[in-house]
Design a protein around this ligand. Structure first.
Ligand SMILES: [Zn+2]
Length: 244
């Protein structure tokens, strides 16, 4: 979730967030994740303890992403015992709203297993009624304490939206819906690939804000029972870092 300080330089908004949000915490998280992976258990070991708070959920995701990007995956919660126990119900600890991109499957990039994450995926993490309903189901019915909006480097949906905006061309079929949702957050202060990259971040932040403003979710946030966060996955380093 939050990279080590010696990782690849972050895009400017992420760097600002880190500096504002507390670099000390980032270092501590990195250290904890490193310790966890050094003491990694057997490949099919279930998660030791399930996060029940947003902070614990973020730590678990950070640890999982560290395992992923350092090629030390544990592939948790896949064992016969876990599969059997899950027939009795599910208690995922985070909702991840991510892109459909085949290079960013949440369970892989966070090294999580069955029953751990409730994933909702649409191109460019675009919202619609079905997505809002799915997120609400996870939070309100299953009591999940964390919703993470996960964008990523080189997002084709964002690129298509930016390019359609420039050309004025209409995209085929329902793809235009995706572009229409992303267009308001296009970063017009940048040009070319920089515009696409900046819009990837802006889109995550906008989706995060819209989710956080949903009345039922906002009430949970106010009560301290929910965090809605934004993050971005870098294809080049396989690192997930917080945007908000
Ligand atoms: Zn994408």
């Amino acid at each position: 979730m939050i990279p080590d300080v010696d990782d690849t330089p972050l895009p400017t908004p992420a760097r600002r967030t880190l500096l504002r949000g507390g670099l000390v915490g980032a270092v501590a998280l990195g250290g904890a994740a490193l310790t966890a992976s050094a003491a990694s258990a057997t490949p099919t070991a279930p998660a030791a303890s399930r996060p029940t708070t947003a902070a614990a959920a973020l730590r678990e995701l950070a640890a999982g992403n560290r395992r992923w990007r350092t090629f030390r995956e544990r592939h948790p919660d896949e064992s016969p015992t876990v599969r059997q126990s899950l027939t009795q119900g599910q208690h995922p600890y985070a909702v991840v709203l991510g892109c459909i991109d085949s290079r960013v499957p949440p369970e892989l990039v966070f090294d999580q297993g069955l029953g751990d994450l409730m994933t909702v995926r649409t191109a460019g993490e675009v919202l619609d009624e079905a997505v809002l309903g799915s997120v609400a189901y996870g939070v309100l019915e299953l009591g999940i304490p964390l919703v993470l909006v996960l964008g990523h480097q080189s997002c084709g949906a964002v690129r298509a939206a930016v390019e359609a905006d420039l050309s004025g061309e209409r995209l085929p079929a329902h793809i235009q819906y995706l572009a229409d949702q992303i267009r308001p957050v296009i970063d017009r202060g940048e040009e070319g690939d920089a515009r696409i990259d900046a819009t990837i971040d802006a889109n995550v932040l906008a989706v995060r804000s819209r989710l956080a403003a949903e009345p039922d979710l906002a009430a949970k946030i106010t009560a301290g029972k929910l965090v809605v966060a934004g993050a971005r996955y870098e294809l080049t380093t396989q690192t997930v870092h917080r945007l908000a």
